[in-house]
Design a protein around this ligand. Structure first.
Ligand code: C5P
Length: 233
């Protein structure tokens, strides 16, 4: 069975809150996720300070012309995230430029895993159609995934319900990272199509991303440890 690891999403604007959560889950989580909310509120220095202590999944979903994305990645070299996201819809040359910049700006043994986001799970077929995409969501996910992996991405961020199809299409090698995970008995909140940690592991996730079931728990440390115990069971 796959060795599926836990990423804890630190969705806050406040550096002290983020650091408190990181400390609480540090023993269980393989990484903590910081995204746009934290970056814009707290700034990159706070991200660098957390990344100096904990492995950081930097979820900035970069999407711009290749030269600009490459420059952004060079600017992130001092932060040393372990995982980094870009939008697959930026296209082949943007993804290839991102990969090249990572290879050049980071030491080989500390290069972040490059993850592509395919179709945002907030989009449905009606919204895709409005943007000129007449394929089903699943076909579009597979198309963008194929291009991204071919252009140099190491893996994908995907919904739990896309895991099986992606494993079938691309095999074991791509790193698959999956949010929308809820341990049995916790509140789904705004997540609609959820899976439990063990279901996601069985479906082929390398990493699961869990936020509020841990950060809103009375004891985040225990909540994170329980999820890791489920993943190892
Ligand atoms: O609190 P919760 O476990 O729902 O947090 C999940 C994290 O994963 C959040 O940071 C959210 O932005 C992110 N995410 C998601 N669904 C996606 C992509 C990212 O929930 N499709």
């Amino acid at each position: 069975m796959r060795d599926t690891r836990l990423i804890v999403a630190l969705d806050t604007q406040d550096p002290e809150t983020a650091k408190g959560w990181a400390e609480a889950v540090g023993a269980s989580a393989g990484a903590v996720k910081l995204g746009l909310e934290f970056a814009y509120a707290a700034g990159m220095e706070e991200i660098a300070s957390i990344a100096a202590q904990y492995p950081v999944f930097l979820d900035l979903k970069l999407h711009d012309i290749p030269n600009t994305v490459a420059g952004a990645i060079r600017s992130l070299a001092r932060i040393r995230p372990v995982l980094l996201t870009i939008h697959a819809s930026g296209g082949r040359s943007m993804i290839a430029a991102a990969r090249k910049a990572l290879d050049e700006a980071f030491p080989a043994d500390a290069r972040p895993v490059l993850l592509a986001v395919t179709v945002l799970t907030s989009l449905d077929e009606a919204e895709l159609q409005e943007m000129g995409i007449s394929d089903s969501v699943e076909d579009q996910v597979l198309r963008l995934a194929r291009m991204a992996l071919d252009a140099g991405a190491d893996g994908l961020v995907c919904s739990a319900h896309e895991l099986a199809a992606l494993r079938q299409a691309f095999g074991d090698k791509p790193v698959l990272v999956t949010p929308g995970i809820r341990p049995a008995g916790t509140i789904a909140g705004d997540q609609k199509r959820i899976m439990t940690p063990s279901q996601a592991r069985e479906a082929g996730a390398d990493w699961i991303v869990v936020g509020r079931p841990i950060t809103e728990a009375l004891d985040p440390s225990t909540a994170a440890a329980a999820i890791v115990a489920e993943l190892k069971a």
